[in-house]
Design a protein around this ligand. Structure first.
Ligand code: ADP
Length: 189
């Protein structure tokens, strides 16, 4: 499964709940990058400048990370990717990786929320978690990058019959119930 939506849509929160419910790992490229930054690994040092500016990390750094993670045993029976793919070239790379593993996607959950609500949430998170990519300029830039580079991916997956749009407004529990309902439906290729 994939979970998609603009920054601040609540992907990470919902991804954790789905992971628990279906006993699959929730794999968040953003979390992986942040833990590398915190631990000052070579990857962390390399990606920090992109993330702090609200830009995407280059595909060649992101793709290998994801294929390594998907090859780990806990992802063998299913997984939920949060924050990947974000570019068309990442979509192609993921297609190849999954084909090589003899597996494929069956649900792409798209969380929908309006921009004002999202910006409000991100401001709140900036205060609570001290994320360096949650300042006002950077928040605006991340929304732009999402609209330019990632929103078009939804059409690609919609053509494959995999997209389930879920209203991301409401309490965490309400949204989680909608997500679970979407996942219980068969994909419709
Ligand atoms: P959000 O969804 O709120 O933007 P994430 O935690 O998913 O937050 O991502 C934070 C940042 O990490 C992104 O703005 C981007 O710089 C980087 N990043 C995460 N995933 C990817 C990816 N698949 N490709 C490129 N950059 C990524």
């Amino acid at each position: 499964m994939l979970i998609m939506g603009p920054p601040g849509a609540g992907k990470g929160t919902q991804a954790e709940l789905v992971a628990k419910r279906f006993s699959v790992p929730a794999i968040s490229t953003g979390d992986i990058f942040r833990s590398n930054i915190a631990a000052r690994t070579p990857l962390g040092v390399e990606v920090k400048k992109y993330i702090d500016a609200g830009e995407y990390v280059p595909d060649e750094l992101t793709n290998d990370l994801v294929s390594d993670r998907l090859a780990q045993p806990d992802a063998a029976d299913g997984f939920l990717l949060d924050g990947y793919p974000r570019t068309l070239s990442q979509v192609e790379f993921l297609d190849q990786t999954l084909a090589a593993q003899g597996t494929e996607l069956d649900h792409v959950i798209v969380l929908t929320v309006d921009v004002d609500e999202v910006v409000k949430r991100l401001h709140k998170r900036a205060v609570e978690e001290g994320r360096t990519d949650d300042s006002e300029d950077v928040i605006r830039r991340r929304q732009e990058v999402y609209l330019e580079q990632t929103a078009p991916l939804i059409a690609v997956y919609r053509d494959r019959g995999l997209v389930f749009e879920v209203d991301g407004l409401g309490s965490v529990e309400e949204v989680a119930a909608r997500v679970a309902d979407a996942i219980s439906q068969p994909p419709h290729p």
